[in-house]
Design a protein around this ligand. Structure first.
Ligand code: CAA
Length: 259
């Protein structure tokens, strides 16, 4: 894809920025928008000048969920033949960290999209929820799985079962769903600031950290710890590990070569 119609893509130093830009539909995650988003993520992921990615929406909505109008007439066989949630697999394959800067609604697939990112920052007016039950369906992009891990079973049940109870930014912060709350006009800048810190680190080591933290969602503690220890050992095969420790001992800043 070359000419995006539903997202805006830009770069700030070593940070890739993707803004979902379908405001009339509150960034509902239709096929075209999600295809463009995954395409842009892949391009940043393979761009050696990019160290981390910021994903955002607009002041009213990060994303108000999967596109209900696009799904309205679908039958089971339509869903089986054409998976409207295949973008979730695309995002999971991204090796570089993605920071979600959420203003406004992050509902349904929008909340799930935020949770697919690696760090979430919220603007003061952000709203997180899983209202799928109101339209006779259930979260399909990780809501019943990741939300439990983020906020615990009781809150996740309350949110997913009631369809009415959402988390505002402060509640999402207290519950641990988001890492920080900032004024709406500062949240993207904050995400870029953190993304720059990440971009200054060794890229291969950053990818190992992301991979290892995500692994903790998949496996029991014993195998997770074993996996982490092997990755730790693996860092000793990199130039950057050698340089990092040498620089500490020599009391200077490391110069990472991404090797
Ligand atoms: N899909 C398609 N269009 C959507 C949409 C969605 N998820 N959310 C909003 N829109 C559209 C509206 O239809 C409306 O379009 P028109 O102007 O053409 O009528 C436009 O965006 C503006 O929305 P509203 O007029 O409804 O704005 P509001 O401020 O009154 O309400 C809202 C905002 C509470 C977020 C409301 O739009 C809403 O409830 N949206 C749906 C939220 C939802 O149910 N999300 C879950 C979707 S299912 C899902 O995500 C499955 C999954 O797990 C992947």
């Amino acid at each position: 894809i070359n000419n995006y119609e539903m997202i805006l893509v830009s770069q700030n130093a070593n940070v890739g920025i993707i803004q979902l830009n379908r405001p009339a539909a509150l960034n509902a995650l239709c096929k075209q928008l999600t295809a463009e988003m995954v395409d842009a993520l892949n391009k940043f992921d393979s761009n050696p000048n990019i160290g981390a990615i910021v994903l955002t929406g607009n002041n009213r909505a990060f994303a108000a969920g999967a596109d209900i109008k696009q799904m309205g007439d679908r039958k089971l066989t339509d869903m089986l033949n054409d998976d409207v949630l295949d973008w979730t697999v695309g995002i999971r394959a991204i090796r570089k960290p993605i920071i979600a800067a959420v203003n406004g609604y992050a509902l349904g697939g929008g909340c799930e999209l935020a949770m697919l990112c690696d760090i979430i920052y919220a603007g003061e007016k952000a709203v997180f929820g899983q209202p799928e039950i109101n339209i006779g369906t259930i979260p399909g992009a990780g809501g019943t799985q990741r939300l439990v891990k983020a906020v615990g079973k009781s809150k996740a049940m309350e949110i997913c079962l009631s369809g009415k109870i959402n988390l505002n930014a402060e509640q999402a912060h207290i519950a641990g769903l988001v890492s920080g709350v900032y004024p709406a006009d500062k949240v993207v800048a904050k995400a870029i600031q953190t993304a720059k810190l990440i971009s200054a680190q060794s890229m291969p080591i950053v990818a190992l950290v992301k991979n290892s933290v995500n692994h903790s969602f998949e496996v029991p503690l014993e195998s997770g710890l074993e996996y982490e220890r092997r990755l730790f050992q693996l860092t000793f095969g990199t130039e950057d590990r050698r340089e990092g420790m040498k620089a500490f001992i020599e009391k200077r800043k490391p110069k990472f070569a991404n090797l």
